[in-house]
Design a protein around this ligand. Sequence first.
Ligand code: FES
Ligand SMILES: [Fe+2]
Length: 354
Amino acid sequence: MPGTSAAKEEGFLYNNWYVAGWGTDLAPGERVGRTFLNQPVVLFRTQSGEVSALEDRCCHRALPLSFGMVEGERIRCSYHGLEFNTQGKCEKIPAQDKVPSTACVRRYPLVERDSLMWIWMGEPALADETAIPAHPWHANPRFRWKSFHYDIQGNWELMIENLMDLSHLPYIHAQTIGGNPELHFGIKTNSTRDGDVVRVSRHMPNSEPPPTYKTAKGFTGKVDRWQEIEFMPVLIRINTGACDADTGAYEGKREHGFSMVGFHGITPETETTTHYFWSVATDALADGVPEKVFQQTADTFREDQEVLELQQLRISAEPDRPLLDIASDVGSRQARQVLRRLMKAEREPGMVAA
Ligand code: FES
Ligand SMILES: [Fe+2]
């Protein structure tokens, strides 16, 4: 059956909250230029701690504002010194007394929450802060977590497909989270859809723990293992872990075991490049999470990065060639359907800012 996959690079979903970065990316007085959905944006934090996202293009002569400096509560263009407040309004032109009302740059709604910065790239009037997905693990004292930002030379939907189909684990991640390939054969993948949320789960009862799990928890015998994936536009949360076999993992008794909660914020940069903001939180050991667990996780996602970038090379060479879907694509196919429906809806006139 021919699949559409991400081969066609069918554009972006604009009216949606995307991860723009980690709160720790910006100390007071710092700024950074990033591109989201082909739009250049400057993110900055004022001296008082407020974060703002503006178009990264001065309205005077188009120099990127990220080339400038944060001055108090404003960002100053470094060419002729125009200063813009957090709303994108120019408040100072050094060479003249009056600032025309047209002196402004586009502001993007930006919200800092759960240690993440969320940006809205579509129609500002539609930005509803209550729709930002919560990620309480970043504030849960039982968990330790680390954050990462990878720049992927691949289309954003390839990343979604990768995370929604974990049947690649024993092949790509044999040395880390994958474990023995035979464990993965014959595991039933359940996929359900609830509105715009797609959930995929796989259970591996009475199985051999993979290397990362042994490192984290010191399992010696067989385990009941789970992989539970939740997609919503556009992030994926993956809850994986294991308990000693037959100790209640599948009835929800998991606190005595090992859990890892992965947060995967997938933000398109261009059609063929993606910001991948991810974190992993784990409740592994009472006396501290071995650094090796984080390192192995980081290595795991570098393995995925390599795969995506190789895929993109082939896809870019022949973008119109179809790809084949197989049974394990069920989750990514459902995620794609959600995205296609939302993208189609917002192409209706008046739904996306010009
Ligand atoms: S280009 Fe920004 S002040 Fe002139
Ligand atoms: Fe992977």
